[in-house]
Design a protein. Structure first.
Length: 298
């Protein structure tokens, strides 16, 4: 199918790496649905991308993806305007130094990195199936791949440690959720993959304080923060991975895979390959996503 016949939705796309990914996809001619928390910011971002690329088919939606009610409203609005979706990029990332809960009572990083992609992908599955072959791209980050602590999925025990950060933990949990999602929907023409985008100086890491880093990284954190605006300012580089995952014909039919920032396939971390871990993560997502009044169709 011609790229101009494809529709892509990207969460967290009014700025940062998601914004640059949206711009790149608009330049290639896809219809691009932007999602940010604020309606006016989303409208302004859409207008900027249209002005930069000449693509008039850039639409703005607003939703805080950590809130289940927002995800349900977003999915309804997208379904009102579109019959099919070809690519969904779950891009939102968030970091913090304190354990915080969303209005649904879910730990915020777990909500952003695991529950939001789980819920939004389920809610948009009918549109993705209508657009098959369709692609779901879940964006990982930090240093993913460590152990998954089933007793600490929502940072019930700790948020930061010497080398541990819940940010990295939830990005690894996201991988386990994505792996299971691919197992379940792989045969239906909807591919689910994970990609590491690479680094960029974005609103998220601008806002990150030294206290958000695990203890061993804190001595070097000021230097990283100092150098990041110089060496990581160009967001077109980390945006390349998402653009490729969305459009590369060579990836047609590839599902249940993890790709590094160089575009190469990487092995799943051992924690993700543990079936018991995937079962627990999946059942927790099912339990949380249907709270308080929602339902999901599989
Ligand atoms: N930056 C890096 O160096 C790096 C490295 C590896 C991986 N990653 C991963 O790449 C992805 C993008 O990272 P980034 O650094 O570009 O993130 P970012 O700076 O936080 O992205 C900003 C975008 O996310 C939106 N956003 C933030 N929270 C949101 C929420 N709860 N609901 C909806 N939209 C939300 C913002 O929109 P509004 O402000 O308009 O709401 C804005 O469009 C993340 O998954 C991150 O973990 C980043």
């Amino acid at each position: 199918m011609d790229l101009s016949e494809k529709t892509v939705l990207i969460t967290g796309s009014t700025g940062g790496i998601g914004g640059e990914t949206a711009r790149g996809l608009a330049r290639l001619g896809l219809r691009v649905l932007l999602v940010g928390r604020d309606r006016d910011r989303a409208l302004r971002a859409a207008a900027r991308i249209t002005a930069d690329t000449g693509n008039e088919r850039v639409e703005a939606f607003s939703a805080d993806v950590t809130r289940l009610a927002d995800l349900r409203r977003l999915a309804e609005q997208v379904a009102e305007r579109h019959d099919a979706l070809h690519v969904l990029i779950n891009n939102v990332g968030t970091a913090g130094e304190r354990r915080e809960l969303t209005p649904d009572g879910v730990e915020t990083m777990f909500a952003a990195h695991v529950l939001a992609p789980f819920t939004l992908t389920h809610l948009l599955l009918p549109l993705l199936r209508a657009g098959a072959p369709a692609r779901v791209v879940n964006v990982t980050g930090g240093i993913p791949g460590g152990p998954i602590d089933l007793a600490n999925l929502q940072a019930e025990r700790r948020l930061l440690g010497w080398t541990f950060s819940h940010y990295n933990h939830t990005k690894t949990i996201q991988m386990a959720m994505s792996h299971r999602f691919a197992e379940l929907v792989g045969g239906t023409g909807v591919a689910v993959n994970v990609v590491y985008p690479g680094h960029g100086y974005t609103p998220m890491n601008r806002a990150m304080r030294i206290r958000s880093f695990p203890y061993v990284y804190r001595p070097v954190a000021p230097l990283v923060k100092l150098l990041a605006p110089i060496f990581m300012a160009d967001l077109t580089k980390p945006a390349r991975s998402g653009i490729r995952m969305a459009t590369d014909p060579a990836l047609e039919g590839v599902t249940g895979a993890y790709f590094g920032q160089d575009g190469r396939r990487r092995p799943w971390p051992p924690s993700v390959l543990d079936e018991r871990v995937r079962d627990r993560v999946w059942s927790l997502c099912e339990e949380l996503s249907t709270r308080p009044l929602g339902h999901l169709s599989y």
